[in-house]
Each structure stands twice: as C-alpha cells, then as structure tokens.
Design a protein around this ligand. Structure first.
Ligand code: NIG
Ligand code: FE
Length: 389
C-alpha cells in the first residue's frame, strides 16, 4: 500500500476540539500526518511518526483540512461583468440578471458547460477547496436542469437541484404551473443526479408556500433540503428551513430575532456568503450575532456569474473576519468544518484517522495568515483524496 508522511508541520489544524490548543481548531504543534490511499491513517507527534513510502517536508508550515465550499453555482454560460460594472456605478442587485444567464446556459452545448465547470472546479482546488457543492438553476427546463446536474455530478458528489431559482420568462404569468413542473417531471429527471434540493425563497423568486411545496416534494424523492434564505431582505426563508430540518439556510443577510432563535434551537447551519455582499455592494451578514447565539456558521463562496464570481474561499474567509465580526479561528473553522456540517459530512473538514486525506499546506506558519494576508496566494500544496496536486 502506498503511504505518504507529511512531517515538520509547524501548526496542524485538526478541527478535533479538545485534542490540542486552539479550542475548536484542535491545533497540534510539531506534528506529522500519515496518509494511506485516500484516508488519514495516523497523526501525532513527529517523533512517533511511522515509516512511509513517500514524504513531504512541510518546513514549519501550517497544515489545515481542505476548504469545504458548500454553496456554488458553477453550471452556467457567459458572464455578467457589465452588470457588475453597472452595480459599482450605483445600480442595485435584484436577481433579475439570473434570466440572462438562463438564456446563455440553454443556448450552450454540453461541452461548453462542462469546460466551465471543470475550469472553475480546478480554480477552486488550487485555492484549497477539496469539497464543493454545485447547484443547477440556470437551465429551468426539464432537459436543461437534468443536464446541468449530470455535468455537475462528473466533478462532485454534492449536487443540488435548484429548478426553483426563478420563474423562467415563459412561465411568468403562471408561476403555479412552473411549481408543478418543478415538483413533477423536472424533479423526476433531476433526482438521479442530485443529492440535495434548494429553492431561492425571496420576494421576486418563490414565496414560502411555493418553497415548502417544492422542498417537500424533494424530500419525498429522497433529497436533502437546503435553502437560499433572507438574502435580499427579511422573509420567511430561514424559519422555513428550520421547519423542514434543512441542512443549511444560506445567505442569512437579513435576520430578525426570531430567525436567530430558530437557527439556535436547530440543527440547521447558517451558511454565510460574503462574496455576494462584496459583489453586490450590500451590507454583510452579522456573523457575530449568530455565533454569540451558538448557531453553527459555515462560510462558502456562492460562486456564480451574477452575485459572486469568486471561487476563492481564502477571499471569503478574509471578508468574514474583516467585515462580519468573526475571529480568524472562527472563520477557518466555518470554511472547513462548518461547510462539512452544512453538507452533513463527517469525513471532510476534519483531520483525524479515517477522515478523507483532503488537506492543504500553507505558505505560512499559521492559519491566522489566511485573513492576515488577504489576496496573497498562500496555498502551497493541496492533497485531494490523498493525491498531492
Ligand atoms: O445565490 N440568489 C440567488 N442565486 C444566486 C445569484 C444568481 C445570479 O445572480 O445569477 C445567489 O446569489
Ligand atoms: Fe446562491
């Protein structure tokens, strides 16, 4: 069996609380980690490290679990750079541009969509993202949603059916019929390629009754629930996510006290997406308020051509620290273990025997540098499924 020892690690972030210093990050010093095949086989003090067939000398650097990006929309064609420029000149973000991307996506070939998904997946991996969730939502026909998910499933097991992203133009005057299509034929053809179902529950997209109907159909088809909630304004999304036992309520940018209480008493993760507030020049969500209420918080990119065209978890992490009241340690946890919780995974986002060998070696001695040195490419090497990239 091939084995790989990474030693001379200055700081090993395990995310196993109570096993080292650093609270929830479970930091170990002078540690080594042994990888066999695609799993972590052992970790501990370097002086006790077992023999291995290969070795990487980390040279005093920090080693962390790979980022878990639990929210991305990578299956699309075209871009909306002009819409971004208009926003930076004062236009608001309304989500109306989604239909522009739907038209471009429908017109694109499978190979064009596949090339974009693979380019963005590779871009994210280079920046340390070893697990990524990918949504459909720019097809909005039975055939285009199914092919979006089929292409997404070629690069990740975390696929999400978002047929209820917006009501497409051809159904503009009969939204109930579109909800029927999503719950019936579209769900049936998407479900074989999807693990999750999601709805954009927002004024101008889907209201709580439509969202509840669609998510309930998805649950009956065996899909897990997640929800775009309270992104552009206050609304029922977060409480609906909790009511349905969703793995995650995503965005959470406009919360009232009842929303925070509902999340705090639940197993639903609040996934915050600061790339969207950056790119729409909107107020950032208040992570501090959620953390102080003991809500589990995840950070993700929301990578999409409209509201957040970044695949960079380090960028989102730095925004969360600077703009959302998170400490660097909280942000690192949220971008790794938090994302894993949002996907209900216990084999990623953590470094422990039996976990997937998904990790990154930084060009820095400590996890603090990820927020302290924003915009700097600090990911020296990534291991994905035990394979050094
Ligand atoms: O998560 N809000 C809904 N969906 C995406 C934006 C999609 C777009 O603008 O193309 C989001 O921000
Ligand atoms: Fe999104």
């Amino acid at each position: 069996m091939s084995s790989l020892l990474i030693d001379n690690i200055g700081e090993l972030v395990t995310n196993v609380a109570g096993t080292g210093e650093g609270g929830r990050l479970g930091i170990r010093r002078d540690a080594a980690i042994l990888v066999e095949e695609d799993r972590v086989a052992w970790l501990g003090p370097a002086r006790y490290a077992p023999a291995a067939t290969r070795r990487i000398d980390a040279d005093g650097a920090a080693v962390l679990p790979g980022f878990v990006d639990s929210h991305a929309h990578l299956v699309f064609a075209g871009d909306r750079a002009a819409e971004f420029a208009a926003r930076m000149a004062g236009q608001p973000y309304t989500g109306g541009g989604i239909r522009t991307t739907v038209a471009a996506t429908r017109a694109a070939s499978d190979d064009t969509l596949r090339a974009t998904v693979r380019r963005l997946r590779a871009e994210a991996l280079r920046q340390g993202t070893t697990t990524i969730e990918i949504k459909s939502g720019y097809g909005l026909t039975v055939a285009d949603e199914a092919r979006s998910l089929r292409i997404a499933a070629e690069v990740t097991g975390e696929t999400t059916f978002l047929g209820a992203h917006v009501v497409p133009t051809e159904y503009a005057d009969r939204p109930d019929d579109y909800v029927g299509l999503v719950c019936g034929p579209m769900l049936r053809s998407a479900a074989p390629y999807a693990k999750w179902i999601d709805v954009f529950c927002e004024r101008g997209a889907f209201d709580a009754d439509h969202a509840r109907a669609i998510l309930t159909c998805g649950q009956a088809a065996g899909l897990g629930v997640r929800l775009h909630a309270n992104q552009l304004g206050p609304g029922p999304g977060v409480r609906l996510a909790v009511e349905l036992g969703a793995a995650s309520a995503d965005h959470c940018s406009h919360l009232d006290a009842a929303d925070v209480d509902a999340l705090a008493g639940s197993a639903t993760v609040a996934t915050l997406l600061p790339g969207a507030e950056f790119s729409t020049r909107s107020p950032y969500p208040d992570a501090r308020r959620l953390l102080d209420a003991r809500v589990t918080v995840a950070l993700a990119t929301d990578c999409n051509p409209g509201s957040s065209y970044t695949s960079s978890m380090p960028f989102c992490l730095a925004l969360a620290v600077r703009e959302m009241g998170m400490t660097p340690a909280e942000a690192v946890w949220a971008a790794t273990a938090g994302g894993a919780r949002a996907l209900r995974r216990d084999d990623v986002g953590v470094l422990a025997p039996g976990a997937r060998a998904d990790l990154m070696i930084l060009d820095a001695p400590s996890h603090l540098h990820l927020a302290y040195r924003p915009g700097v490419p600090l990911i020296r090497q990534v291991l994905h499924n035990g394979v050094p990239l």
